[in-house]
Design a protein around this ligand. Structure first.
Ligand SMILES: [Zn+2]
Length: 299
């Protein structure tokens, strides 16, 4: 069993910010296992959701073995209790009386994932939401892992435009209806999620954190890979070559995430459709988050 200290890379920020692209890039490094949005791991296994490899999570060779190991490592392990414990400790309205149990559960999970995949670096792209508000902070309590945070940010107007097109899960189910309020909610959630990261950075000044803007990541890709290489002390030069050659990328075994996860090729296309097509009433409302936009360098 693995006793070596592991590195957890937490992709923080709000959804719709290109995290699947970042996740694919990171998890195709041979030393890294990309777990996707791991906050939903136990819940999604229970619900027979699909792994990014295309298999039911209850039949996926990686997650089946991780669950087997959890049964060996934790005498009373069961999926429902693990899902409930995770949600109860991570959400906003919680007394957080079971932090020790939470840390034990997740340390065992990181160990199992490292053992099964042979990777000592694991990516968790859970980001920040009302339901996972405290996940990153709880991860900092890990006894077996060191945490590095990649704070991924995108222009909030692009985020609004993306939310106006509907959620991935609904689109996959053929539901194209989107309320006119959704982009406004997206805007507020964007400010909230990014504030959570800023707050943690202020609270834990030693926190290892790299901030990447989606726009820079796509437009200055090789430069961004150099930044990642320096930050994580891992060499991403082969990834740059693979993207340039339009090589196939492994879909991996990520949990949740969006449809692009199953696309084996990475095409670096800077998506700025919002600048032409976002309606004025949404565009104007971005003034509400102007302090955040200034902070992250959006004009
Ligand atoms: Zn899988």
């Amino acid at each position: 069993m693995t006793t070596q200290r592991k590195q957890l890379i937490y992709v923080a920020g709000y959804g719709r910010s290109g995290s699947t692209l970042l996740d694919t890039v990171l998890s195709n490094h041979p030393a890294i296992f990309g777990g996707g949005e791991l906050t939903w791991l136990f819940q999604q296994i229970l619900e027979h959701q699909t792994c990014s490899c295309g298999t039911d999570l209850q039949a996926c060779p990686v997650w089946t073995r991780v669950v087997e190991q959890l049964h060996q490592r934790l005498p009373h392990f069961n999926l429902t209790a693990a899902a409930d414990l995770t949600l109860s400790q991570e959400q906003w309205f919680s007394w957080r009386t079971q932090v020790a149990d939470y840390v034990r559960l997740w340390d065992a999970t990181w160990d199992a994932m490292a053992d099964v995949t042979g990777c000592t670096t694991i990516v968790d792209s859970s980001k920040n939401s009302r339901l996972s508000r405290f996940r990153l902070e709880l991860m900092l309590a890990s006894q077996t892992c060191d945490v590095a945070v990649i704070h991924l940010i995108r222009d909030p107007r692009a985020v609004m435009y993306s939310t106006a097109r509907g959620s991935n899960r609904k689109l996959e189910a053929g539901d194209h209806h989107v309320s006119w309020l959704t982009p406004y909610k997206g805007l507020m959630s964007w400010a909230y999620s990014n504030s959570c990261v800023d707050h943690l950075q202020a609270k834990y000044p030693q926190l290892r954190l790299l901030r990447i803007r989606y726009e820079d990541f796509v437009q200055q890709f090789e430069n961004s890979l150099n930044q990642l290489s320096n930050f994580l002390q891992l060499d991403f030069s082969q990834t740059a070559v693979n993207v340039r050659n339009e090589a196939d990328f492994d879909a991996g075994h990520g949990v949740a995430g969006n449809r692009m996860r199953r696309n084996p090729k990475i095409k670096l296309r800077y998506d700025d459709e919002w600048s032409q097509r976002l309606p004025w009433y949404y565009r104007r409302s971005s003034a509400l988050v102007r302090p955040w936009m200034n902070r992250y360098g959006y004009k």
